[in-house]
Design a protein. Sequence first.
Length: 190
Amino acid sequence: MPINKVIYGTQVLIDLSGDTVTADKLLSGITAHGKDGSLLEGACTFDVDSQDATAAVAEILSGRTAYARGAKLTGIMPDNASISGEISTADGQYAVPQGYHDGGGKVGIAAVERAKLISGNIKAGVTVLGVTGTYGGESIKAQSKTVTPATAQQTVQPDTGYDYLASVTVAAIPYTEAENSAGGTTVTIG
């Protein structure tokens, strides 16, 4: 019969009677004594406490499994392998799809747009995406404009037929005063 409690005189040297270890809670391959003193061999294949895990199914590759917070999770994240894309406008963007990428994909300027990046199409002395311009062709037509400030933002651009603005004159902000019927003065700005 196994011994689960040893008392020497009045001193308790060993007392297993209050222990709660059971074979199903003890890791496989580990041995211990149960509360009755009998030898237990672990049967639990649990190898980690996953209660503090933060993985979500959207962060686990589709079809793969993992354990988190005491539960088995099956991933739903798509495997996009090597996604590639093109940008074909100056303000164009490529939206990277959610999911796993193997790092083999590429995003670049569309071939038709890349073909336009030749030195003869770019003003001399200007470099666009590594291509230095040589164009010095026909004469350039400049425009001068006068604008009045407003309470809303304004964008000043050359009119059709002009290549750029040589100068922009910004007028003073209009300010007027007028007597009003209440005996005071109305000030109008703008």
